[in-house]
Design a protein around this ligand. Structure first.
Ligand code: ATP
Length: 306
């Protein structure tokens, strides 16, 4: 059974169709990517899932039951894009305070806060004030305060914005670890490349509508274009039939292979010539490429090409 099932959800602001009949299911323990350009409707969707807004119509089921924010909110951890921290409070106190708001006892809140601070290499920050933290540091603190009550569903809106690559990796590892331990994670972003390595399943949203749904692997297979890259000891040798070379970079050829022609045929051609094959791989489209193809010619596509 899905941990979260969203069925025909709609939310309009006056005439703006922010979320327009979106449905999806999220399996327990999976990392789910909610993708779309700015203004696609992601935050509106998340606000309905977290009970901040009511939907105009549609249903949300949490663990098979109609979502009830009063009952289910304690099982959700939501890190919104606009971070809400108390600037004047000391960091350690703040973590403990927010954990207590989530229902933990003071001693449990302190214990878990210290554990998380250690895990994320934040121990020396305990007595600093939030206003003294950089954007990336407050991001880590916000993450801690979002996961401290061990939510079943963890919702992260642009979790890597403002983080340097080292800290982004630290957070990424924590996301994987939490998923392995059974936490279900929704990861919302307009940065498609961040999703490729993290998410099991994605939906792509544009102008309030879902335009794609599936596993990253399957989506890439569905949109592949028979493009290959081949590195040869002699790239200038006679070409086989059925290929069109699109680009050559030193010894590497990038080519399109005609439909229904096995790639082995190309490899055999070169092997029979005595040409050494140094590397060979299929070139799959990125999620960015797929998105642009789906919304070609729209303002959203231009934003992503830019
Ligand atoms: N309170 C509001 N009143 C009117 N329109 C709104 C409101 N909030 C959002 N919108 C509009 O609804 C649409 C979806 O916005 P939303 O914030 O959900 O998108 P998003 O995908 O989260 O974008 P971003 O990545 O920029 O955060 C946009 O056209 C936005 O202008």
């Amino acid at each position: 059974m899905a941990l979260l099932s969203v069925q025909h959800l709609k939310k309009y602001y006056a005439t703006q169709r922010a979320v327009d009949d979106i449905s999806f299911d999220i399996a327990p323990g999976s990392i789910f990517g909610l993708l779309g350009p700015n203004g696609a409707g992601k935050s509106t969707l998340l606000r309905m899932i977290t009970g901040i807004f009511y939907a105009d119509s549609g249903n949300i089921l949490f663990n098979g039951e109609p979502f009830d924010s009063g009952r289910h909110i304690g099982e959700i951890g939501y890190m919104p894009e606009e971070r809400g921290l108390y600037k004047k409070m000391k960091i350690g106190e703040q973590a403990v305070y927010l954990a207590q708001l989530r229902g933990l006892s003071k001693s449990e809140a302190e214990f878990r806060s210290k554990q998380w601070f250690k895990r994320l290499d934040m121990t020396t920050w305990w007595n600093k004030k939030v206003e003294d933290l950089s954007k990336g540091m407050s991001q880590k603190l916000q993450f801690v305060t979002t996961v401290i009550h061990n939510p079943k569903l963890l919702i992260l809106d642009e979790p890597f914005s403002g983080l340097d690559p080292v800290n982004a990796n630290v957070l990424k590892d924590e996301i994987f670890r939490l998923a392995q331990e059974g936490t279900t994670i929704i990861f919302s972003t307009h940065r498609m490349e961040q999703v490729e390595e993290i998410c099991d399943q994605i939906i792509l949203v544009n102008q309030g509508k879902k335009i794609l749904d599936g596993s990253v692997k399957q989506v890439k297979q569905d949109f592949k274009e028979n493009l290959f890259s081949l590195t040869l000891s002699n790239p200038d040798a006679p070409l086989p039939a059925d290929i069109q070379v699109l680009k050559q970079e030193q010894n590497k050829l990038m080519f399109h292979l005609n439909e229904n022609v096995p790639a082995n045929q190309v490899l055999l051609h070169y092997i029979n010539q005595g040409n050494n094959i140094l590397a060979f791989e299929e070139i799959l489209p990125s999620l960015n490429d797929i998105f642009i193809r789906l919304v070609q010619g729209t303002p959203a596509a231009r934003e992503f090409v830019a």
